[in-house]
Design a protein. Structure first.
Length: 381
């Protein structure tokens, strides 16, 4: 622990005044000056001795807490204050996370237990606590600094997805085309352009398990299932961090992306493309890959790069999440060859219907040719 001395000049000044009074009493042969001078000398000497004995071996200990916590959820702060040979005559514990001083006078040991909450995602460096030991007259003061250098990763909150008009979550699953089957439904406002599991003429030598027997029973023609890779058939959540309208808008977009990832992963799996990533990360229904994605979302900052969607066609829907205030759909989303396109953000387009809401953002299905007229206020093209 680092120790420092403060307010010692006050004790020195009091002692000097006491000595001056004693000398003045001797010079002017005034006995009335002796008691005041001696009292000041004793007070200053006693204050310095008491504070230094209390500060000797004094320490502030902070129990290690979790390395990560979700926004607005409690994080346990556990502190123990220990003084030296004597209990502190007075003083306080200064802890930046508390926001108010904790009195520590009269006890050699004291524990502080409280839960704190972080309102914003990101890395939070925990500043060191400081123990201030001083006498009641503030003639002498010692400061003892606690440990520092700890860091907490604040993760974005995951909030429920609500369909517009109270229709539950079915609307999001329908937009995503989850399950890879033709019965998954069509995208409102924009028909699916690729089947998740299509049919094609039977190829000699193909496994019999891939033959679509209901079609053979109806038409007499041998057809086989065309299976697509999981990364192509599952929905894709793309976080676009370019030109957010504000820090709050970007935070809302990050929360929406996190919420959609968890919701869609539980429905059957989802791909996640974060700013700077060249390839999407697959999150399966067991959520084994979710902690790494969650940590990546926590540290997202505004960026200038366009998300790398690639040119490979996808049969799953793309959920384009942005914190920008747009006047038209992003051209990169409109050009994407996908089974569906959904624009998600805190600033919805007036020209598109809202299918669902999540974390203060609106989800709006986008067709390939759907563009709002007029120039973009902040184009994500």
């Amino acid at each position: 622990m680092r120790q420092g001395v403060g307010a010692v000049p006050r004790a020195g000044a009091a002692a000097a005044l006491g000595a001056a009074l004693v000398m003045a009493g001797a010079v002017f042969d005034s006995a009335s000056l002796y008691p005041a001078g001696i009292a000041l000398l004793l007070l200053s000497a006693g204050a310095v001795a008491w504070v230094r004995l209390a500060a000797r071996s004094a320490a502030v200990e902070r129990a290690p807490g979790p390395t990560s916590v979700v926004e607005e959820q409690p994080w346990p702060l556990r502190l123990r204050v220990r003084t030296g040979v004597l209990p502190a005559p007075g003083g306080e514990l200064l802890e930046p996370l508390l926001g108010w001083p904790v009195p520590i006078g009269g006890r050699r040991s004291q524990a502080v237990r409280i839960n704190v909450r972080f309102s914003r995602r990101g890395r939070r460096a925990l500043e060191s606590s400081e123990l201030v030991i001083r006498d009641p007259l503030r003639l002498c003061e010692r400061r003892v600094a606690g440990p520092g250098g700890e860091e907490v990763l604040v993760l974005p909150a995951v909030e429920p997805v609500a369909a517009s008009g109270g229709g539950g979550h079915a609307g999001v699953g329908s937009l995503a085309g989850h399950g890879g089957r033709a019965a998954a439904g069509r995208l409102p406002g924009a028909e699916a352009e690729l089947d998740l599991d299509g049919l094609r003429p039977y190829r000699p030598g193909a496994s019999a398990s891939r033959i679509h027997w209901p079609a053979f029973a109806r038409t007499g023609e041998m057809l086989e299932r065309r299976l697509v890779a999981e990364s192509e058939s599952s929905p894709l959540v793309v976080l676009d961090a370019r030109h957010p309208a504000s820090d709050e808008s970007l935070d809302a977009a990050v929360r929406a992306a996190a919420s959609l990832c968890v919701h869609l992963a539980r429905l059957g799996g989802v791909g996640v493309l974060l700013p700077g990533d060249r390839r999407a990360t697959q999150v399966a229904s067991d959520l084994m890959a979710w902690p790494a994605v969650h940590a990546g979302l926590a540290v997202v900052e505004p960026s200038a790069g366009i998300p790398a969607l690639g040119t490979a066609p996808r049969s799953g829907a793309i959920f384009w999440v942005t914190g920008a205030d747009l006047s038209r759909s992003p051209s990169a989303l409109l050009r994407a060859p996908a089974g569906g396109r959904v624009l998600v953000g805190p600033h919805p387009l007036r020209s598109l219907p809202v299918s669902f809401t999540v974390a203060g953002c609106s989800g709006q299905p986008v067709g390939r040719s759907s563009r709002a007229g007029g120039p973009a206020r902040r184009s994500a093209a």
